[in-house]
Design a binder for this molecule. Structure first.
Ligand code: NAD
Length: 394
């Protein structure tokens, strides 16, 4: 049956660091995507990736826009370039899957969503770690009632984002502070598991100005400050009545202490790092030892394709684009990492920002639904890659 399905001709725009895993997966891991071209503002970067991964064509943005062939564009440029590229590609009639966030501003993201709806095009957004084995299994166990009625949730992540900003230009720009760069994986996981957040309040603190003392960079002179809040703490009211507590702290050290605990009337579920595909799901019941539960879903982050580069920790990135490609090909309307999901992630994060600045309680307006993937498929089969892609078809 698989052989009869026409693959979705895909182009990647943005050939930087994260493109390694995307290009590899869109070319080799997923059946549904046919990665036909790569593109970058730096032709050299695009040519390098095309050569390394054996992609047939390097195209310019204009050539992609004018191409009759390319159906899906995967946007891996820095957040500041997202709005312009997505808008251009939607106007050109292309479906778009974008790295987070869709835009740096909610009004611009809403404009993109309206444009996609008007043009009847799919627009999808990362984070797609919500489709990984760890978070899909957590959803399956929560939906099965294993901890009873869910009462509250707590998440926390820390990093030294100031030190990290020496190494990554993206972190020095808008969208680079910890709540945006990493916190968004927690927001994505929270809303996929527990539904929309109706209202929130937050407190925040900015990053210190980076001193002109360099460890990883040697250019003397210039100082910088990561824009926006580098610490955000928030109290969340989910539409379901669940209460949530969030802490993102980028002004501390890099030994990550990610915490993700879902509390219920009959037990507690501890989850792993939502920035990965294989976070362990651990159950605590009254009077029992902690029990690690088996994964119920595929996409456990393991590298199932021969590849000389190491991709540890990045696992199955691109699965959101592949799931959307299946939706495009079959005419299904509920692609999981949808524009509505991406928009709600943004509204919650930007709402925290606004609440921290103004002291106001923020009520959200956007809504979304993420259907769970069907369980019972595997990342690994007897001869390597398993049948997990079947879970993306319906
Ligand atoms: N690096 C990571 O670990 C990581 C992880 C998850 C998500 N992301 C997200 O992926 C995106 C890219 O991140 P990255 O780390 O690969 O960045 P990067 O800076 O390494 O690469 C970005 C690439 O985009 C190109 N580019 C910039 N503007 C462009 C334009 N207008 N048109 C075409 N190409 C353009 C740059 O030349 C560069 O090659 C960001 O949205 C980031 O938040 C990165």
């Amino acid at each position: 049956m698989m052989e009869k399905i026409r693959k979705v001709k895909t182009a990647v725009i943005g050939c930087g660091r994260i493109s390694n895993i995307y290009i590899r997966n869109l070319k080799k891991l997923f059946y549904i995507t046919d990665l036909a071209a790569v593109c970058d503002i730096s032709e050299e970067a695009a040519a390098r990736q095309a050569g390394f991964f054996g992609v047939d064509r390097v195209m310019t943005i204009d050539e992609i826009a004018d191409s009759e062939e390319i159906e899906l564009v995967v946007n891996l440029t820095p957040p500041e370039a997202h709005y312009g590229i997505i808008r251009r590609m939607l106007h050109a009639g292309k479906h778009v899957f974008t790295e987070k966030m869709m835009a740096t501003d909610l009004a611009e993201a809403q404009e993109l969503v309206s444009l996609a709806r008007e043009r009847k095009l799919y627009l999808g957004s990362a984070p797609d770690t919500i489709l990984g084995a760890g978070l899909q299994s957590a959803r399956w166990y929560l939906d099965s009632g294993v901890i009873g009625d869910i009462t509250s949730v707590q998440v926390c992540i820390n990093r030294d984002q100031v030190l990290n900003s020496e190494m990554s230009a993206i972190i020095r720009q808008e969208g680079g502070a910890l709540p945006y760069d990493v916190g968004i994986y927690y927001i994505g996981a929270l809303i996929m598991l527990l539904g929309p957040i109706a209202s929130l309040t937050a407190s925040g603190a900015v990053a210190p100005v980076h001193p002109a003392e360099y460890f990883f960079r040697s250019e003397p002179g210039d100082k910088w400050q990561i824009p926006g809040f580098n610490i955000l703490a928030a109290a969340l009211d989910f539409e379901s009545g669940v209460i949530g507590s969030v802490l993102f702290d980028g002004n501390t050290v890099n030994c990550e202490q990610h915490r993700f605990a879902v509390f219920g009337t009959r037990g507690i579920l501890l989850l792993g790092d939502p920035n990965t595909f294989n976070g362990a799901v651990t159950l605590l019941l009254p009077n029992n030892e902690k029990t690690v539960l088996p994964f119920t879903h595929g996409y456990n982050g393991k590298n199932m394709v021969d590849e000389p580069r190491a991709f540890d920790g990045y696992g199955n990135r691109g699965v959101g684009a592949a799931e959307m490609a299946w939706a495009i090909r079959t005419g299904r309307h509920n692609n999981r990492c949808s524009m509505e999901y991406g928009l709600h992630c943004m509204e919650v994060l930007l709402g925290m920002d606004r609440s921290a600045r103004t002291g106001q309680k923020i009520t959200t307006t956007t809504r979304f639904a993420v259907d769970p993937l069907r369980s019972g498929y595997y990342s690994e089969g007897a001869r390597g890659r398993g049948d997990a892609e079947r879970s993306l078809m319906e």
